[in-house]
Design a protein. Structure first.
Ligand SMILES: [Zn+2]
Length: 529
């Protein structure tokens, strides 16, 4: 399941519930310790699982490869939401799961093909997976399979088993947790100390064959009920099988955590034979998928030579074709060129893309946002017949998150007071409805800084850290906002009062988190007086 990453060690080891971190002899066996059946989470509660998940997510948010791209995120959400609704409608989710689980997809900049379920309803997705799947149906098959690992509580069960079956491992976890908590800001640095044990732990965290079969079975039902084509499962299996025949050299880590047995393939064929053809329909426009897959390829690629090759790839055919493969090739070429500050190539490909006029409105919108993005990256006022000023105004008025964030970014380039005001208004309206949108808070902080409003900027930065689950970082920033607000004699009293309230609230949350991690050992934690 897990692909080895440094933050995983720190997160897993630092995040285990307090009960697991005590020496085994110090705690009497808890009641109900019999081996749980498939589908029950062992003796790990949803709350414990979520706390562990939050700790891991907090580390992922700090990973330089964590990618919050509003366009890719919008696409992932479009494919993911119907799966979650379908799982809910089918009664696959544990009671309270909708409140207890985070249900957040975390995108990582990594060209290898992988996706993994994490505790507490977090799912990791590599850009390489998005770039490799040929349709939304294939993407949905992988997401539905991982969703089912979470909904069937396979992770909680594995971790519970883990703590019971290998006492030496528990000791290693205790050591790791101690090492991690000693570092002031226990972060990725702590992982090096405990890497060996974590690697051993990681190798033990693969799902059993029964769990894989269950995730296939449940995932297939969830996916087809959501309106995706069940064939996506089969074609994804074909892709994985082909990669394994070619002696996978690390490009498909998903294959190592999800070995394809003849049994899994036979089960899937049998399911497909029973699936009525009438329910098969494309849930997502193929042009939209092709553009977003190309975007994942261009954004996930760290190697300059590969980006250069991508930028050149669109040059062979000059006709403005609108078949998905050509659109994807050109979108990738334009974005790769823009990332390389090659305005000429970006302009050439954009021109052909815009002339091709794809049928899908979302695909056409994606092309306009690509033009704006390319102008920002290459510092041009116009490209392929489009004006920066026009697109910027369009983005700031757009109802979607991608437009909002791109528009805000564009507004901070010129420093124009009217545009900054417009961006600030839009961001605040958005944040009132989406208070956990960290990039939107960060954008507001940048806008406020440029508007000469340091107090507001500090408060927005604090809220951004809070949304990234870094409560201590949030509290530090809120304290700075408070200091700045008090120093400002002409300051806004309402603003200061909001900051005072938010600071107290954050202090309460920091205390709460501290106590949650010590709950069983120190019941007096919550009431220190
Ligand atoms: Zn699996």
């Amino acid at each position: 399941m897990f692909r080895w990453r440094p933050w995983l060690a720190a997160a897993l080891l630092a995040g285990l519930p307090a009960t697991w971190l005590q020496a085994p002899a110090a705690e009497p066996a808890r009641p109900g310790m019999a081996l749980p059946g498939l589908g029950d989470g062992g003796d790990m509660t949803l709350g414990e699982e979520r706390r562990l998940g939050d700790q891991i997510a907090r580390s992922i948010y700090r990973d330089p490869d964590y990618l919050d791209d509003p366009l890719l995120d919008g696409y992932l959400q479009q494919v993911w939401r119907p799966l979650l609704d379908s799982a809910q409608a089918r009664g696959e989710l544990p009671p309270d799961a909708d409140q207890r689980y985070a249900w957040r997809l975390l995108l990582l900049r990594d060209p290898s093909v992988n996706a993994f379920a994490l505790p507490g309803g977090y799912l990791g997705v590599h850009t390489g997976l998005l770039a490799t799947v040929s349709s939304a149906d294939e993407l949905a098959s992988v997401l539905a399979h991982e969703l089912s690992h979470v909904s069937q509580r396979h992770i909680a069960r594995l971790l519970t088993q883990q703590s019971r079956q290998a006492p030496w491992m528990l000791a290693a976890m205790v050591l790791g947790a101690v090492a991690a908590s000693k570092a002031k800001n226990a972060d990725i640095g702590g992982a090096a100390i405990v890497g060996g044990q974590a690697l051993a732990l990681q190798s033990q965290l693969n799902f059993s064959r029964d769990m894989e079969r269950e995730a296939d079975r449940v995932g297939f039902g969830v996916m087809t009920d959501a309106g995706y084509d069940g064939q996506g499962f089969a074609t994804m299996f074909d892709k994985l099988q082909q990669a394994s025949r070619l002696n996978d050299d690390g490009g498909f880590p998903y294959l190592r955590s999800h070995p394809l047995s003849t049994e899994r393939i036979a089960d899937m064929r049998a399911r497909l034979a029973l699936e009525p053809a009438a329910s098969r329909r494309a849930a997502v426009n193929p042009a939209r998928h092709a553009l977003m897959a190309a975007r994942a390829r261009a954004l996930g690629e760290p190697r300059i030579e590969r980006l250069q090759a991508m930028a050149q790839a669109g040059k062979s055919n000059a006709a403005p074709l609108r078949d998905p493969a050509t659109l994807g090739l050109r979108y990738g070429a334009a974005l790769a060129a823009a990332r390389l500050h090659d305005a000429g190539t970006a302009q050439e490909q954009l021109g052909r893309l815009l002339a091709s006029q794809p049928d899908d409105p979302q695909a056409r919108q994606a092309l306009r946002w690509l033009a704006l993005e390319a102008m920002l990256l290459t510092q041009r006022e116009r490209l392929a017949g489009l004006e920066l000023a026009v697109l910027r105004t369009e983005a700031l008025a757009a109802p979607d998150r991608a437009g909002l964030l791109l528009g805000a970014r564009a507004a901070t380039v010129g420093g124009d007071a009217r545009l900054l005001d417009a961006a600030s208004q839009r961001l605040q309206t958005w944040l009132a409805l989406h208070p956990d949108d960290a990039p939107a808070w960060q954008a507001l902080a940048t806008v406020a800084q440029q508007q000469g409003q340091p107090v507001r900027a500090a408060r927005a930065a604090a809220e951004g850290q809070r949304a990234l689950l870094d409560l201590n970082g949030a509290l530090d920033r809120m304290k700075s906002a408070q200091v700045l607000a008090r120093q400002d004699r002409n300051g806004d009293h309402a603003e200061l009062s909001i900051i005072d309230t938010r600071r107290r609230e954050l202090e309460r949350q920091v205390r709460e988190q501290f106590c949650e991690e010590r709950e069983r050992r120190d019941p007096a934690c919550r009431n220190p007086d």
